[in-house]
Design a protein around this ligand. Structure first.
Ligand code: GLP
Length: 240
C-alpha cells in the first residue's frame, strides 16, 4: 500500500483529480470505477475543471459506479445516479452510453445484478477503481459481515449505515434499507485502486483498514491484499 498525504480536504480533491487525470492521459479509453459520498466531491470538481480546460477528455472513458440504493429511481434527489449527474456526468464530455450504474428501482434486482456484472465483464473489468471509505469500513456498500460477496448483489444495510444516511432523508422511514453494490471481487480485480479517506472521524477505521487484521468484519481491510493500491488521505497516521 502506498500512502499519500494531502494537507486538507481541498488538496485531497485536487491530488485525486490529478491522479485520475494522469491515468486517463496514459489510457484515454480507461474503465474507471467511481464512488459517491462527500469525500470524492472535490475530485469530481477538479476533474470537471481539467476537462473543461481541455487538459483531459472523457470522450472514450467508460465509467462504472459502485452502488445504488434499492427503491430509488435515478431522478430521486438522494439516489447515487442523481448525485453523479449533478457532480460529474452532466459537466464533462462523458458520453451517456459510457456511463454505468446499477439500477435500484427495478422489480427484478437479481437480474439487474447479473446485467451489471455482464456489462463489467464485457469491458474486461475495472482498470482504475476510486473508492471512498464507509465509517464502518464498507467499500461500495459491502458491509461488515461474516462473508464477502464477489459479484454485484443486493445488500441489507447495517443499522450503523442506515443511521449515518439518516441526515440525507426527511425522516428515518425514508432511508433505504438495501442497496445494490458491486462485489468485493470486482473491486479487487481492478488493476489499480485509489482509496480516498478524509476527516478525523475516519482515523480509527483507516488505521484498521491499513494495519488491522484482514477480516470480513472490516471489508476495507481486504484492500491490504491488493497489489497496486494507493491511499490518499488528509489524516496523518502513525505507521506501524
Ligand atoms: C456511502 C457509499 C460509499 C462511500 C461512503 C462514504 O456509504 N456507498 O461508497 O465510500 O458513503 O461516504 P463519505 O465520503 O460521505 O464519508
Amino acid at each position: 500500500m502506498e500512502i499519500i498525504y494531502a494537507q486538507d480536504n481541498l488538496s485531497l480533491g485536487q491530488m485525486a483529480a490529478r491522479w485520475v487525470a494522469r491515468e486517463i492521459l496514459v489510457c484515454p479509453h480507461l474503465v474507471l470505477g467511481l464512488p459517491t459520498g462527500s469525500t470524492p466531491i472535490g475530485m469530481y470538481h477538479y476533474l470537471t475543471r481539467l476537462a473543461q480546460e481541455g487538459i483531459i477528455s472523457f470522450s472514450q472513458v467508460r465509467t462504472f459506479n459502485l452502488d445504488e440504493y434499492v427503491g430509488l429511481a435515478a431522478d430521486h434527489p438522494q439516489s447515487y445516479a442523481f448525485f453523479m449527474r449533478e457532480h460529474f456526468w452532466s459537466k464533462v464530455d462523458l458520453p451517456n452510453g459510457n456511463v454505468n450504474i446499477p439500477r435500484g428501482d427495478v422489480s427484478n434486482l437479481a437480474e439487474e445484478c447479473r446485467r451489471y456484472d455482464d456489462a463489467l465483464q464485457r469491458v474486461g473489468g475495472i482498470d482504475v477503481q476510486i473508492l471512498g471509505l464507509g465509517p464502518n469500513g464498507h467499500i461500495g456498500f459491502n458491509e461488515p459481515s461474516h462473508n464477502m460477496e464477489i459479484h454485484t448483489h443486493v445488500v441489507d444495510l447495517t443499522a450503523a449505515t442506515i443511521q449515518a444516511n439518516r441526515r440525507f432523508f426527511p425522516d428515518s422511514e425514508a432511508v433505504p434499507r438495501q442497496a445494490v453494490t458491486m462485489g468485493v471481487g470486482s473491486i479487487m480485480q481492478a488493476q489499480k485502486i485509489l482509496l480516498l479517506v478524509s476527516g478525523e472521524s475516519k482515523r480509527d477505521i483507516l488505521t484498521k483498514t491499513i494495519n488491522g487484521p484482514v477480516s470480513t468484519e472490516v471489508p476495507s481491510s481486504i484492500l491490504q491484499l491488493h497489489a497496486d493500491i494507493t491511499v490518499l488521505t488528509d489524516i496523518k497516521l502513525n505507521r506501524r
